[in-house]
Design a protein around this ligand. Structure first.
Ligand code: ADP
Ligand code: SF4
Length: 690
């Protein structure tokens, strides 16, 4: 295939100060939960992107000094020379594939300093912030502190240069950076030379930028990453102020990287914002400078990317999540295979990993974070270990990924799906408001499978144990999924919820199958992820009077990790959905639900024509159980093994199911056993004290 000429513009080299980027694909800094804890894993993850064609590959935020560190999050560190070798590992891995390596240095806002235990300090005295509600405070920085911060930043620049980076950031974005807090009237109430006028509030940024340029001395490029506004905060940075700040130093850095004023605004899920959602914010900023500009927008369409460049919005197409979902996105466009891009679905499971201080994982890309420890390459996989045939039962995310990856290894695979269309929950849940991109999980896998002559998909094929045995494949993968429970069993009610005779209890599956209860509907969310709030949105849109009840202190509590919670709650309130938190559902009567306040224990009754129980899912394990019961017959039918994967084993997120399918495919015929450690670890000893 040859590249579509409309995309040629994306492959033009662009100069960044003393360096030249080979094309316009730019992996902006992104967190990943690997950071200083797993430098080898980090290097291999970034290297995969460089190999995949990104011209610039950046680190996550990298702390310049323990006086401000971001624990319990795990990000980068360049506190001392002892950190340099870990950075060299990443730099060399990235440069080996022809990409430029960038480092985002950060002195964060006053954080809790859980790790260093140094007294936090910030633009002003007050509670430490950024994500936590830790009950202690930061002190205001005095003139000596400001000199220290400048000195530490400059020293970190020197170390970054010695580590071999091509590009060094001055960072004033995402509400995370001290420099942004100095810029903003919302946080800066100082009365010294660093407070008051915008010239004063931008002084520290300008000083650090000029010292970074001095230290760089033309040896490496210098970038400024800056928030475009703070619309969510009283007295927050305005767009006009940012334009003025950019104007003050427009030609000083070698590159401008524009981001939003908070991570929530910069990385919204697809449920909250479409591809290209930052277009209105960035429009016009490029005119303020002749230096190249980077922008993001969860871009996965090369047409949209090319339009953004042609439209004069940006010189570099920035991406974090699209580069996570498909590290080889640029190479695929270059090869004229844009239809093979594994498109990000905008679910923010990757963000959740980082927020949980866990190694990054991705719904679409099961190899993310596994490049080093499991030696999984995003595009390459070992050839098959035998000529055995494999039967996969169930065409949801787990079954599809198992079939695809087995097919990539060269196995002959048959995938039997009971339903008329493969895709399982990814396709079903994509019908819910805002979740249409979730269908990409199935679409991409079916597209890849369609290219393989040796993987056959049979929709409309419900399989019994007899069917499976008669098929006679050596390996059987049971990926039959799960169904939502009707009995209310779940986290809060391990033994279920009492349902009186004649009461109407629906499950999410009923609604996904087309049930549309009207009147007053109570949704009981004891799952705390997307389903409860998405169904509330669906039913409210259909005219039902919806009350969402949850025993958790927050609506859709787990979506705090995916940066959605506040926006989802706001949306539900806007739709007229009534919300009851910290409330358990103890009995369902005909026409009414009996509730109990989780704090006081007080009971009350709420009229409800129907109750939707969003509590837990039960694995569809009937087929697996029957096959186990007939184990004695396997050998006669040539069946060597039956493996249950995905939701049929233990219901999880779609990311869990995709991972399970991939893991099965990677391990088949490799001799990997239950007693083996599943992956390599990065052990701290022997090592230098740093
Ligand atoms: P997972 O997330 O683990 O992939 P899903 O629930 O999304 O699980 O998908 C399971 C798929 O398995 C569904 O599409 C369902 O129709 C299919 N399925 C369940 N039982 C059978 C069966 N006995 N034969 C064929 N397909 C089945
Ligand atoms: Fe995109 Fe979801 Fe993967 Fe993150 S986890 S990169 S949002 S598909």
């Amino acid at each position: 295939m040859t590249r579509d000429p409309r995309h040629d513009i994306l492959f033009e080299p662009v100069r960044i100060g003393p360096r030249v980027a080979r094309n316009r694909f730019y992996q902006v800094p992104h967190c990943n939960g690997l950071g200083h804890r797993a430098p080898r894993a980090l290097a291999a993850m970034r290297a995969a992107k460089a190999e995949g064609g990104w011209a610039v590959v950046c680190t996550e935020e990298v702390e310049v000094h323990p006086a401000a560190e971001v624990s319990p999050s795990i990000e980068g560190r360049i506190w001392s020379d002892a950190d340099i070798p870990a950075h060299e590992g990443m730099v060399q891995a990235v440069q080996a594939h022809g990409a430029l390596a960038g480092i985002e240095l950060v002195f964060p806002t006053p954080r809790a300093n859980h790790d260093s235990r140094l007294v936090p300090m910030g633009v002003r005295a007050g509670p430490v912030g950024s994500g936590g509600i830790d009950p202690w405070q930061a002190r205001a920085m005095d003139a000596d502190d400001l000199r220290d911060v400048r000195r530490w930043h400059r020293a970190a620049v020197g170390r970054a240069i010695r580590a071999g980076y091509d590009l060094v950031y001055v960072y004033a974005g995402h509400g995370l950076s001290l420099l942004q807090q100095f810029l903003s009237r919302a946080t800066n109430d100082r009365s010294d030379a660093y407070g008051g006028s915008l010239a004063n509030r931008s002084r520290l940024l300008r000083e650090i930028l000029s010292e970074t340029l001095e230290e760089a001395a033309g040896r490496v490029a210098v970038a400024v990453r800056i928030a475009m506004a703070e619309p969510d905060i009283d007295d927050g940075l305005t767009r006009e102020e940012i334009a003025e700040v950019v104007g003050m130093v427009a030609e000083a850095p070698d590159l401008w990287d524009f981001c939003m004023g908070s991570w929530e605004r910069d990385s919204p899920t697809a449920r909250l914002a479409p591809e290209g959602f930052q277009e209105a914010a960035i429009r016009g900023l490029k005119a303020l400078t002749t230096k190249p500009v980077v922008g993001v927008g969860r871009f996965t369409s090369p047409d949209t990317m090319a339009a953004q460049v042609r439209g004069g919005l940006m010189d570099f197409v920035g991406a974090a999540r699209p580069s996570i979902a498909d590290p080889f996105l640029p190479r695929k466009i270059e090869a004229g295979e844009a239809d093979r891009i594994r498109e990000c679905i905008g679910c923010n499971i990757c963000v959740a990993s980082d927020n949980l201080a866990a190694p990054i994982r991705c719904t679409q890309n099961p190899t993310m974070g596994e490049e080093w420890r499991r030696r999984w390459h995003p595009e390459r996989i070992a050839p098959r270990g035998s000529a055995a045939r494999v039967l996969v039962v169930g065409g949801g995310p787990a079954g599809l990924e198992a079939a695809r990856a087995l097919g990539a290894r060269g196995y002959e695979v048959a995938l039997a799906e009971a339903g008329a269309r493969p895709g399982g929950r990814a396709v079903r849940e994509a019908r819910l408001p805002g979740l249409s991109t979730w269908a990409r999980v199935a679409d991409w896998r079916l597209g890849e499978i369609a290219r393989m002559g040796h993987v056959a998909v049979f929709p409309g094929s419900p399989m019994t144990a007899a069917d499976v045995l008669d098929f006679g494949a050596a390996h059987v993968v049971v990926a039959t999924g799960a169904r939502w429970r009707r009995d209310g069993r779940g986290r809060r009610h391990p033994r279920g919820i009492a349902v009186a005779e004649g009461a109407s209890v629906l499950t999410p599956d009923d609604l996904l199958d087309g049930a549309a209860p009207g009147g007053s509907v109570l949704i009981y969310d004891d799952e705390h992820y997307v389903m409860g709030s998405a169904l509330a949105e669906l039913l409210a849109g259909q005219g039902a009077a919806v009350t969402l009840v949850t025993p958790a202190p927050l609506v859709a509590a787990w979506t705090v990790h995916t940066l959605e919670q506040a926006a989802v709650e706001r949306r539900l309130v806007g739709l007229g959905v009534r919300l009851r938190t910290r409330t358990a559902l103890v009995r369902i009567d005909p026409g009414a639900a009996i509730l109990r306040d989780e704090v006081t224990g007080a009971a009350d009754s709420l009229p409800a024509d129907a109750v939707v129980a969003v509590t837990a899912r039960a694995p569809c394990d009937g087929l697996a159980a029957e096959l186990q019961a007939r184990r004695g017959e396997w050998a006669d039918h040539g069946v060597a093994g039956v493996t249950v994967i995905g939701d049929a084993l233990a219901p999880g997120t779609i990311a869990h199911a995709v991972f399970a399918g991939h893991l099965y495919a990677r391990n088949l015929d490799t001799g990997a056993g239950a007693d083996d450690l599943p992956f390599r670890r990065e052990l701290p000893f022997p090592g230098e004290a740093g």
